[in-house]
Design a binder for this molecule. Sequence first.
Ligand code: OGA
Ligand code: NI
Length: 347
Amino acid sequence: MANTKLLLTDLAPTMSHVPSNYIRPISDRPNLSDVQISDQGFIPLIDLQGLEGPNREDIIKQIGQACQHDGFFQVKNHGIPVTMISKIMDVAREFFRLPESERMKNYSDDPSKTTRLSASFNVKTETVSSWRDFLRLHCYPLEDYVHEWPSNPPSFREDLAEYCTSIRGLVLRLLEAISESLGLQRDYIEKALGKQAQHMALNYYPPCPQPELTYGLPGHTDPNLITILLQDDVPGLQVLRNGKWIAVNPIPNTFIINIGDQMQVISNDQHKSVLHRAVVNCNKERISIPTFYCPSPDAVIGPAKELINDDQPAVYRNFTYGEYYEKFWNRGLATECCLDLFRASCA
Ligand code: OGA
Ligand code: NI
């Protein structure tokens, strides 16, 4: 009998095998035995204590180096209370445990919807599905979107609104630090974004009977400016470094920050938007909560003038973020970087 369920949350527990539409071609599988486990220090862990005080210069230096060399870093003493972190993880878990009929009220496969529950990445266009359900929400300005958000679990809107506001504060502090690390005015990046947007996703990766055949999310770079990832204690995120995939070991109460494509452009290639992916496992569900900070669709993005010189001419042409995002979405998650389509030499 054909299975008509749209969400993996409900389907996965009934499966002893991965259905064929989730199986990647042999050349594109996670190859889990060839993955390196990150030891301490692979992704720099930066202590933000004193960022607005005596340690500013030193912390900015660390952030700048991480953005240049790693494209990824972790932060502690970030100012987001532990209680808020556990609340948001709990409410996300509760959401994916709601009865299917309740969750499905939020379902849509239309990517233009500003609040939607869906599966995989883009169920309309992709040929192979990913082992993931996600709830995607626009969350800035809050008052434009909160009324669309799920009202169940009952504290969902309040908990998420509080979290989004705090994360926004953290992002703005980081953007100032990153601007300074590039030798730009403190508010340069924030200003370059126009009327900024903040989106978030609650990603739910169910246990998978054959994790070696599929991905939670295949390799991609994030098309936005910067991403702040909160995750539970189940490993799954992997980052590409020197041609090798490295598994990131979650550290409780830290956030993982990664540079997105727009930051690579603004920095004129000084900062790296790095390929990453999520793999799944046999035993444990995994929840991750990325916040995507984005320029306004009509913001004109291009390398900062101050970072263009004879040694490093503009690597990218100017474009609007709307144009970029449309290209990204239409291509689907492809390993070739969408950035290449916007190189000055391709104009
Ligand atoms: C993403 C992403 C990684 C993860 O949502 O863009 O890379 O660990 N997620 O869920
Ligand atoms: Ni990502």
